[in-house]
Ligand binder design. Structure first.
Ligand code: SF4
Ligand code: SF4
Length: 466
């Protein structure tokens, strides 16, 4: 690197890429990306958007696939309803998610930001595309912004912001349907506005929030606001895979001439900088502002192709790979991290799918001993607490395992529970005296739904001294 480049490389650390020397906002007019990675990102973004928009409408057994109703402490994951007492799963999932993010970032850098972060997807694949259609290329946008207010400028800006606001309103509604459910949202939209002021306020706040973020704040979310972006500096190391410039191959950089005369492969065309949505120069090394969007890889590959150089001057690589000129290797460290991630995800899935949707707890009523029933049986009194987290009414039957006795539910023939409710019952268990060989006899009560055993509950029966 010559002295000038060295100076540039060092001074870029004085401030964030989106701030001018005088401390003002530097609006980024990034060139439109194109190339192999951008095509793949387009596919990923399309799949993400389809999934994001359709998920609130997907129901299994009349229950939404996902619902994050924090205000009412109700969570639905894979159509399984979780109540406040199950929120430990949510807490464990959050901890696992943080570990996941840390491990994933250590191994694969900020790949999440560039490929699947909703902020990047909405900004790069919806809002920016609309801007290109209405205002033209980034250079035309710059010209338009600097031009005086004419009727054409007013029309273009007005149309763009109207569409931005409408899309923000749409996203706000989808977002809200993840919280209160699509049916509740629809009934509130079509209901009396004065009965649903809370929803109206929620939609309005989210709409303005999304509109401000995507129309004005933009990449500042990634470079300054997002805590994940701020933390990546401490999560990455020299083995982390990230979008990197191969300075060993590229330096010393110099304008293209037939004979490179001792120059590296970087022809200093500046395309990788012009295309960067956060306005950085990847040739200065790993930077906090890099969202791993791969636009510079595509831009540089096109230049390399043009000059008949090997592609990959900018590529996914770790610092150590670049320094030692090695090709990509799925290292044992990455394998170990991937294994941990698979274990974590499996653990959470096991938790999610093993929590009971219908749960019965049975306890002996304290201070009660046995009662004699006729000449042949003894009975004990129990208290049963039954929780029905499903969205259907349920009828349950109780039986003593192996027909060693019988269960009588006080006031009911079955345990009857309405959907999403909990209820306490009092039950008597009658056991024939000839099978009571001890003062305390362990036995199990079977909980049956539609004739099928859904739970076995261990309990103790107290009888007289022998
Ligand atoms: S696009 Fe490639 S060749 Fe052009 S300046 Fe960037 S690194 Fe150098
Ligand atoms: S440096 Fe490259 S990968 Fe990073 S944000 Fe800029 S264009 Fe995207």
């Amino acid at each position: 690197m010559d002295e000038n480049n060295l100076l540039k490389a060092e001074t870029h650390r004085d401030r964030v890429s989106t701030v001018t020397e005088t401390g003002n906002r530097k609006w980024i007019y990034a060139l439109k990306p194109s190339g192999l990675f951008y095509n793949y990102r387009n596919i990923v973004a399309t799949v993400f958007l389809i999934i994001f928009i359709t998920i609130p409408f997907v129901k299994i057994d009349e229950s939404p696939l996902f619902l994050f109703n924090i205000p009412e402490a109700k969570l639905i994951l894979f159509s399984r309803i979780f109540w406040a007492q199950d929120f430990f799963i949510f807490a464990i999932s959050m901890i696992a998610f943080i570990i996941f993010i840390v491990l994933f970032t250590l191994a694969f850098g900020r790949i999440f930001c560039g490929w699947v972060c909703p902020q990047t997807i909405f900004l790069e694949f919806i809002f920016r595309k609309i801007e290109w259609i209405i205002e033209g290329s980034p250079m035309q946008q710059k010209k338009l912004n600097e031009a005086p207010w004419t009727s054409s400028k007013i029309f273009k800006k007005g149309l763009k912001h109207f569409i931005f606001f409408f899309i923000s309103f749409f996203i706000a509604n989808i977002f809200l349907s993840y919280i209160i459910g699509v049916d509740a949202l629809w009934s509130r939209i079509t209901g009396n506005i004065f009965d649903n002021i809370g929803t109206l306020v929620g939609v309005t706040i989210f709409t303005f929030l999304f509109y401000i973020v995507f129309a004005f704040v933009r990449e500042i979310v990634c470079t300054t606001i997002c805590p994940y972006g701020r933390l990546q500096g401490v999560m990455l190391d020299k083995n982390s895979m990230q979008v990197s410039y191969d300075y060993v191959r590229g330096e010393p950089r110099g304008r293209f001439q037939k004979e490179r005369n001792g120059f590296g492969d970087c022809v200093d065309c500046h395309k990788c900088v012009d295309v960067c949505p956060t306005g950085i120069d990847i040739r200065n090394g790993s930077q906090m502002e890099c969202v791993g969007c791969t636009a510079c890889i595509d831009a540089c590959d096109a230049i390399m192709e043009k000059f008949n150089f090997d592609k990959g001057l900018i590529r996914y690589a770790s610092e150590n790979q670049i320094k030692e000129n090695k090709t990509f290797r799925y290292t044992s460290r990455m394998k170990a991290y991937s294994a941990v991630l698979v274990l974590l995800v499996s653990f959470i899935l096991v938790l999610i799918f093993n929590i009971r949707s219908i749960d019965t707890n049975i306890y002996r009523v304290k201070g009660q001993l046995y009662q004699k029933v006729g000449t042949s049986h003894y009975s004990n009194m129990y208290s049963a607490k039954v929780i029905n987290k499903t969205n259907k009414n349920v009828f349950l039957d109780l039986e003593v395992e192996n027909q060693k006795g019988e269960v009588q539910i006080i006031g009911y023939k079955h345990l009857i529970l309405e959907k999403e409710s909990a209820k306490d019952f009092t039950i008597f268990v009658k056991i024939p005296k000839q099978i009571l060989h001890h003062r305390n006899m362990d036995f199990r009560i079977l909980v049956k739904k539609d004739g099928k055993i859904i739970q076995k509950i261990k309990s103790t029966f107290y009888g007289p001294f022998k």
